[in-house]
Design a protein around this ligand. Structure first.
Ligand code: SIN
Length: 489
């Protein structure tokens, strides 16, 4: 099969490290391959950055910070607005790259580009609204001024599942606040980052802004990039999206320098369906919440908790909805479910399904890996799943919907909270009082009521418990890149 990336786009995609405004080979000259998960075909060889590249990138970001932090908010706002315009103008090309290296269907990739662009537009608007405070101190002896200042050079580590949106929601608030950045893209999806970084590089250059404001170090070893940077006092901020396991290691490494950190980590979203719900709407919501990016999102519905009286109706309708999904290469017309990202992901999902079946679950549809090239797993509905099955207690990150039943509302809430994670939850009910009770009692950073999608660039995204620290998006997202300086006057 030919590459899904149009030839002119492929020819213009940078594949080096970006340091101080210049794309160059890695210091060792090494590269690593980037492959299409739907075909395993290699799409490009990308510079394999190491410690030396990481330090060169921090040197550039630190030098640039001295000047970039002083830029007028309007200048930063205009920069971001131009980046937004360029991303929107190149939607189809960027979407083709996302689909090629990440596997999601083209329509979803276009949706991701729009989602990413909205972060950039929102923070271009927020850049000129960095309000401080001035007031007379209550004891009246002095005045209090609170000024907002950019934190400093930031390390932004992005995941592979949303290769443009997750970069956008870190780099846009960083640039709006006046921070400079070193970006470490995911090893599996560095090409999308390269496309967007080139847009930013060109806009910085066109405006005479410091070339080292945004630097990119792709690498086959995240540790080689993050290790030396986290040990360097010039780095003032870490923003990470990825697994709780890796987040925990990065937090420990950040402790020595008391680094500001934002952590968007794993989830195990409960999706509650109550007996008073609109069942058809709940099924549509479950498909949306479960199947976006073939289930590979940290906000994916992981545990479908259905009240006993509607469990059979819901399961039948969910199975019918899954049977209408079309699995295939994301660039092919009509495909609604792409591959998983790598072979290990298929093995993980297959292991969870086998464990559930061993524990007594029934496979209503799917339950296997289709016999075709690429890393596919069939959309799967499991019923009769034990509440302690691994598919319920672990993050699935694949197209498997385990249905577990509950009795009372209190029991449903208890099951929803029986997890160390607390990123997102979903609930379908027609009872507004119940919805408000759930908002008070479910341990989560985000809650969708009669909605299978909570993500919104203009709202605070983030979790509680072991799902993370801090918020991205909305008014809150830029706070992560600002210090408050109190002046007693
Ligand atoms: C994620 O899966 O990490 C984020 C998904 C989203 O922003 O909707």
């Amino acid at each position: 099969m030919t590459s899904p990336i149009p030839a002119p786009v492929a020819a213009s995609l940078p594949t080096g490290v970006l340091i101080d405004g210049e794309w160059r080979p890695a210091s060792t000259g090494a590269t690593f391959p980037v492959a299409d998960p739907a075909t395993t075909q290699v799409l490009a060889e990308v510079a394999d950055g190491d410690e030396r590249d990481a330090m060169a990138a921090l040197d550039a970001a630190d030098r640039a910070f001295a000047e970039y932090r002083q830029t007028a908010p309007r200048v930063r706002s205009d920069l971001l607005r131009a980046v937004y315009d360029a991303i929107v103008a190149h939607t189809d090309d960027i979407a083709a790259v996302i689909t090629a290296e990440g596997g999601k269907p083209l329509a979803e990739s276009r949706g991701e580009v729009a989602y990413a662009a909205e972060y950039v537009r929102w923070y271009s608007e927020q850049a000129v609204r960095l309000d401080g405070l001035a007031r007379r101190a209550p004891a009246a002896a002095h005045h209090q001024l609170v000024l907002r200042r950019a934190v400093g050079p930031a390390l932004l580590i992005a995941p592979w599942n949303f290769p443009i949106a997750m970069i956008a929601r870190k780099v846009a608030p960083a640039l709006a606040a006046g921070c400079t950045a070193v970006i470490k893209p995911a090893q599996l999806t560095p090409l999308t980052t390269a496309y967007v970084a080139e847009i930013i590089r060109a806009e910085l250059a066109a405006r005479g802004l410091p070339a080292g404001t945004v630097n990119v170090v792709p690498s086959s070893s995240a540790r080689k990039v993050s290790g030396p940077l986290l040990a360097d006092l010039r780095l003032r901020k870490l923003s990470f999206t990825g697994s709780t396991e890796v987040g925990r290691v990065l937090l420990k490494q950040s402790a020595d320098n008391i680094l500001r950190t934002s952590m968007e980590l794993g989830g195990n979203a409960p999706f509650l369906v109550f007996e008073d719900a609109d069942i058809d709407a709940a099924v549509a919501g479950a498909v949306a919440a479960k199947m976006r990016n073939a289930g590979q999102t940290c906000v994916a519905a992981n545990r479908i908790l259905v009240q006993r009286g509607v469990a059979e109706e819901f399961s039948e309708k969910l199975t019918a909805a899954f049977s209408a999904l079309v699995v295939g290469h994301g660039a092919d017309a009509g495909v609604t479910v792409g591959p998983l990202i790598e072979p290990a992901a298929v093995d993980h999902v297959a292991g969870l399904v086998a464990d559930a079946v061993d524990g007594g679950a029934s496979v209503r549809i799917g339950g296997d890996a289709p016999d075709r090239p690429g890393y596919f797993y069939a959309p799967t509905v499991l019923t009769g799943v034990a509440p302690d099955a691994r598919v319920v207690t672990e993050e699935i990150f694949g197209p498997v919907a385990p249905v577990v039943t509950f009795g009372t509302e209190a029991e449903g809430v208890e099951m929803a909270n029986a997890s160390p994670y607390g990123l997102t939850a979903y609930a379908y009910t027609r009872d507004v009082s119940r919805a408000l009770r759930l908002a008070e009692t479910i341990e989560t950073g985000m809650l969708g009521i009669n909605r299978g999608m909570v993500s919104d660039a203009t709202a605070p995204f983030g979790g509680v418990k072991q799902s993370g620290l801090g918020r991205e998006g909305g008014e809150a997202g830029i706070e992560e890149y600002l210090e408050s300086v109190y002046v007693a006057l």
